[in-house]
Design a protein around this ligand. Structure first.
Ligand SMILES: NC(=O)c1ccc[n+]([C@@H]2O[C@H](COP(=O)([O-])OP(=O)(O)OC[C@H]3O[C@@H](n4cnc5c(N)ncnc54)[C@H](OP(=O)(O)O)[C@@H]3O)[C@@H](O)[C@H]2O)c1
Length: 258
């Protein structure tokens, strides 16, 4: 296959790149000609992903670093170190997240707090570190937040805290879009539906409507990111129409269809 032309946003930083959507985004962005700054806690997985990308696309530059996004200081250190490596970071994808949770008031505050800290507070730290870089680059860059379809409506039981964190990060990114309206910085919020990954490997696919493979789901994510859409439900079918139902259907109706 011919090598792609120089892409517009050459260097992309992805958090949570050791598995699932983050790792597959790295593979697909590398195929499109991007250089990559990849981080997560499991460095051995990042090292093998780097080797896989180097074998498939020897011209790409891939740097990897260990990062626990709940360690605030490390978030700033790692983002700044990647900026030093590449000179500029053109796009940041805030993707690290987890899906623990329990119904509120059932003795599992620990699980809900872990989800709130990783998916919201740590996403705030990553947003601060990303924006520090973009502001220093003259408001130039592309800020991408990985939210979830669960952000569309308050959800019950194990999903209550998770859905609240994903609504929170979507608003955080929308606030930046509002601030930078008319300026070069672009902001994309992605709302993935069910995409196969480590997060949902124990979910019975027969019980989940609309689950797609990692490759297919991430292709829709990468397409929306490359087009720099303001926001995108991914894959668009069924999740675009479902977003309207999830947002606006009376609760009694919603509980019958979901
Ligand atoms: N898959 C879906 O259906 C779906 C749907 C909607 C939204 N999402 C969102 O998509 C994102 C990626 O999830 P996924 O489905 O790809 O799940 P996954 O395979 O479990 O990947 C999660 C990634 O986040 C990283 N991570 C978790 N906690 C971290 C921490 N404290 N510090 C640094 N990295 C951390 C993990 O890396 P380490 O463990 O190596 O640190 C891993 O790379 C999440 O934000 C998730 O909420 C997924």
């Amino acid at each position: 296959m011919p090598e792609p032309k120089q892409p517009k946003r050459k260097t992309i930083l992805i958090t949570g790149a050791s598995s699932g959507l983050g790792a597959e985004m790295a593979r697909q962005f590398a195929a499109l000609g991007h250089d990559l700054a990849l981080c997560a806690r499991r460095i051995e997985k990042l090292d093998s992903l780097k080797a896989e990308i180097a074998a498939a696309h020897p011209d790409r530059r891939v740097e990897v670093r260990t990062l626990d996004v709940n360690d605030d200081e490390q978030v700033f250190e790692v983002f700044r170190a990647f900026k030093t490596d590449f000179g500029a970071i053109d796009r940041v994808v805030i993707n690290a997240g987890l899906g623990k949770g329990a119904p509120l008031g059932t003795g599992r505050y620990d699980a809900n707090k872990e989800t709130a800290m990783t998916n919201f507070v740590a996403a705030l730290a990553q947003s601060e570190a990303a924006m520090e870089i973009f502001r220093a680059q003259g408001n130039e860059g592309h800020f991408v937040m990985v939210s979830s379809m669960s952000a569309m409506r308050g959800l019950p039981k194990t999903l209550t805290t998770y859905a609240a964190t994903k609504a929170g990060v979507a608003h955080l990114a929308e606030g930046l879009r509002n601030e930078f309206y008319g300026k070069p910085l672009k902001v994309t919020v992605l709302y993935p539906g069910y995409i196969s990954s480590e997060m949902n490997e124990r979910v019975d696919p027969a019980k989940v409507k609309g689950m797609v493979s990692t490759e297919k789901g991430v292709r829709a994510m990468v397409e929306a990111i490359e087009k720099e859409k303001d926001s995108a439900c991914v894959p668009p079918l069924p999740w675009g129409p479902m977003s309207v139902v999830m947002k606006h259907a009376p609760l009694g109706v919603l509980k019958r269809v979901m």
